[in-house]
Design a protein around this ligand. Structure first.
Ligand code: SF4
Ligand code: SF4
Ligand code: FES
Length: 364
């Protein structure tokens, strides 16, 4: 039997597997290492330098997100030196970041502010006006970029290139003027951008942000309720997190923003398409049906209660079955419904009305 490969992490012997980085090992052990530019779906960039740890025998600290874990390594993720580094770096990041946290986090949480709290980073260092420039007014209705919030972690540009294969946005200029831009400053709609909004979800500071919550003048994210649901635009069934203002619409609630659940937690792995993420204003469209309709003896559709609608449908279905036999009935479902709903339709057809006349568009 071959011996298990191990490293020593904060004094404990822990397993490593081929391909592991030091950050992978730490996260598996529940050891918290701040990592602003890391995302499990992206190649490591080592950009933010927050995840630095000490490795015995190395003169300098190393980025745990980009350092392969090799058997025998002795790693310290918690030490005075590591802690000092995190505090100083976070303090430096804050110097040209919006200092009004309430405004900064109004529509998207800012991981930089959250980490600054955790590590008691200095907040009193002199503020420096950022030299990064924003994008010229972009006429798309969904995405916006605030250069002052950007920490140049390059998660958005890497997401756009590595996951979306669009490369619509890129790091531009040099040194303190480095910013996020499109090639030749084209409008996003004139690039390969698919308006997927992945750059918004992956941005740790809200520099890439959704336009709709601001346009709706929605309450801060912290006052919204998060509701997990299934997208009904196609049969893939991506999971969505709805951010709902419960008090809006006279207490009926209003969906203010949609984000993807964290990568690795659902089948869509933190990704969404333009429809799932941004096309949710139909929910409040005045022409949307919000109550069942029943066709009465005058031949017209009339609003009805759910009880009346269900009783009428059941009665008429049974009348057809009794008069013409079960196979005179047919049940049609949709790939826009959830798998549970589709299961129930076929069960209704087969187990209640005893017919196999049941179909769904994804079955062809
Ligand atoms: S919305 Fe998607 S395609 Fe457009 S810039 Fe962002 S990541 Fe790239
Ligand atoms: S816009 Fe956000 S994701 Fe992109 S580089 Fe700046 S901070 Fe990182
Ligand atoms: S997470 Fe490792 S350098 Fe940013």
């Amino acid at each position: 039997m071959t011996e298990k490969a191990c490293v020593t992490l904060d004094g404990r012997l822990v397993d490593v597997y081929p391909g592991d980085t030091l950050l992978d090992v730490a996260q598996r052990q529940g050891v918290d290492i701040p990592a602003l530019c890391h995302d499990p779906r992206l190649e490591p960039a080592g950009a933010c330098r927050l995840c630095l740890v000490e490795v015995e025998g190395q003169r300098r600290m190393v980025p745990s997100c980009a350092t392969p874990a090799t058997p025998g390594m002795v790693v310290r993720s918690k030490s005075e030196k590591v802690n000092k580094h995190r505090q100083t770096l976070l303090g430096l990041y804050l110097t040209d970041h919006p200092s009004d946290r309430t405004q900064c986090e109004r529509h998207s949480p800012c991981e930089l502010h959250a980490l600054a709290d955790v590590y008691h980073a200095p907040t009193h260092w002199q503020h420096v006006e950022p030299l990064r420039t924003g994008r010229d007014t972009d006429d798309n209705r969904f995405l916006t970029f605030s250069a002052d919030k950007c920490i140049l972690c390059a998660k958005c540009t890497r997401y756009c290139e590595e996951i979306e294969a669009a490369s619509a946005i890129t790091l531009a200029y040099r040194g303190p003027e480095t910013t996020i831009a499109t090639v030749d400053h084209h409008q996003l709609r004139d690039t390969d951008c698919e308006l997927c909004g992945g750059c918004v979800d992956i941005c740790p500071t809200g520099a890439m942000a959704a336009v709709l919550p601001t346009r709706m003048d929605a309450p801060p994210r912290s006052q919204l309720e998060k509701v997990r649901t299934t997208c009904n635009y196609c049969g893939v069934g991506c999971q969505l997190d709805l951010h709902v203002d419960k008090k809006a619409n006279h207490g009926r609630g209003k969906v203010v923003q949609i984000t993807a659940p964290p990568p690795g937690s659902t089948t869509n792995d933190g990704n969404l398409c333009v429809k799932g993420r941004f096309a949710y204003q139909f929910i409040d469209h005045p022409e949307r049906l919000t109550t069942p309709l029943v066709r009465r003896t005058d031949g017209l559709l009339h609003p009805a209660t759910w009880e009346e609608a269900l009783t009428t449908a059941a009665k008429r279905l049974m009348e057809v079955r009794d008069k013409h036999g079960a196979d005179a009935l047919g049940f049609v479902s949709s790939s826009r419904c959830t798998v549970e709903e589709n299961y129930l339709v076929q069960k209704l057809s087969r187990a209640v009305f005893f017919t196999n006349n049941v179909h769904q568009c994804a079955a062809t």
